[in-house]
Write a protein that binds this ligand. Structure first.
Ligand SMILES: Cc1ncc(COP(=O)(O)O)c(C=O)c1O
Length: 138
């Protein structure tokens, strides 16, 4: 559970400041840095490190599946959120009558995969709802 103490432990650099940026500019908790370090150590073993990495990969998928209510086999990990959004859009096989709700407050990588596939309905924060149809196709 997130507590003041766990937050201080996970994010020591936030002890004396408030930081609101997220995603690529977010501050990773210390355990992420530890995991990256371990990954580097495993890579120093060459192919032998791959087995160690595979164990961590499976653990991560299991933990994520548990969190989201899926089995580990139903979870995959992507190299970045842009890749994930593009894969999700491709996997959905969107057709003419399908609708995808996006926000213009999102980072572009989160919405661009959906802008050129199907008709788009936009609702800006504080703006009137606006509906448009995309003219380009992938
Ligand atoms: C808020 C936000 N969302 C998403 C992204 C895209 O991140 P990724 O590198 O995971 O595709 C970024 C990248 O800077 C970002 O700042």
């Amino acid at each position: 559970m997130l507590t003041e103490s766990s937050r201080r432990h996970d994010f020591p650099s936030l002890d004396e400041r408030t930081y609101l940026n997220t995603a690529a500019e977010g501050i990773p908790p210390g355990r992420v840095i530890d995991a990256l370090h371990q990954y580097g150590q495993d890579k120093l073993l060459g192919m032998d490190g791959r087995d160690l990495h595979t164990v961590q990969w499976q653990r991560a998928k299991s933990a994520l599946g548990k969190l989201l209510g899926f089995s580990a086999d139903e979870v995959t990990l992507c190299s970045c959120s842009s890749e994930a959004f593009n894969l999700a859009r491709a996997a959905l096989r969107l057709a003419g009558d399908d609708e995808v709700i996006i926000t213009d407050l999102d980072f572009p990588a989160g919405v661009t995969p959906f802008l050129c596939v199907i008709p788009v309905c936009r609702q800006g924060f504080g703006n009137a709802a606006e509906t448009g149809r995309c003219t380009s196709k992938i």
